[in-house]
Unconditional design. Structure first.
Length: 299
């Protein structure tokens, strides 16, 4: 084959490399022109988007201040005065989300493994619990935990109180538990059956196969949806304000009431709450996308 013929063959091959019907031949990093990956890359937030959000908060504050002629203090001054309390309430939201995620992950992992159990009764029970809490409204589960759980638990002569924030953690951990159960089950089922057969050929027990072969491979598949679930949970912690937990939304309402019900403070205060949630959750969302690209499975 001459050099010119070889170069012409190579050129045609390069032009047709994205026209194959086999997705396994396209690497995760390859960005095909016109594909979903390349189109979504144009919608990644840039630093100036964050400045636009801050600018929106400032403009809404100035407009609201101009509407209220009886305003005593400027809106930035009032917001600065209440900011430590609001940030303290937001930290409580983060504590609630972390605790609920930890409890839900621990119980959900057990339920997820129960759904792939060889015992049909364990498998059915785990499936029923997962589907019930996975398809129940989060707010209803939160009310369920707040009003049906006792105010204290008596063990012998010892009384253990259950404050509202503990009940909120329990209530929010229930849907997290069900979603984690599905994440675990889906990750295990997504692995090729050859992994089980290879472990069986090495005389591994089912427990050894799960802990030494299957679950280590499932971690990278479970991590992106798990992080996405945590971001959703963090944003859902504001539901605890409805049942009286002193988190950021509750403290925002109390701060507005303490300022005499000034209507010009509504937009700035709630814009600040929106901003701090965005600043906390958006990096998690971007990290999730990065992990999805890194751990993508080509099949």
């Amino acid at each position: 084959m001459s050099q010119s013929t070889y170069n012409g063959f190579n050129s045609r091959k390069n032009q047709q490399q994205y026209k194959t019907d086999l997705p396994v031949m396209i690497t995760p990093e390859a960005k095909v022109p016109g594909s979903l990956t390349s189109s979504l890359s144009a919608y990644i937030f840039k630093p100036w988007h964050g400045f636009m959000l801050i600018f929106f908060c400032i403009v809404s504050s100035s407009i609201a201040f101009g509407v209220d002629e009886n305003a005593k203090s400027s809106i930035p001054e009032v917001l600065w005065r209440w900011m430590p309390l609001l940030l303290k309430g937001f930290m409580f939201n983060i504590v609630i989300s972390i605790c609920a995620m930890a409890i839900g992950t621990a119980i959900g992992a057990v339920l997820g493994l129960g759904q792939i159990s060889l015992n049909k009764w364990v498998r059915r029970f785990s499936w029923i619990i997962t589907q019930f809490f996975r398809n129940s409204p989060w707010l209803v589960l939160l009310f369920f935990a707040m009003f049906l759980l006792p105010f204290e638990i008596k063990i012998g002569g010892l009384s253990i109180p259950l404050p509202d924030w503990v009940k909120a953690i329990i209530g929010l951990s229930l849907p997290v538990m069900a979603n984690v159960s599905e994440i675990v089950r889906g990750a295990v089922v997504s692995l090729p059956s050859g992994q089980w057969e290879a472990a069986e050929s090495l005389a591994y027990t089912r427990r050894q196969t799960l802990w030494l072969v299957i679950l280590p491979q499932c971690v990278k598949r479970m991590l992106p949806p798990w992080m996405n679930l945590y971001a959703i949970l963090t944003m859902a912690t504001v539901l605890a304000s409805i049942v009286g937990v002193s988190e950021v939304m509750t403290l925002t309402g109390q701060a507005l009431a303490a300022e005499g019900g000034r209507t010009d403070l509504l937009a700035p205060f709630y814009s600040f709450v929106l901003l701090i949630f965005f600043v906390y959750c958006y990096p998690i969302a971007r990290w999730t996308v990065r992990l999805e690209k890194k751990f993508s499975v080509i099949g």
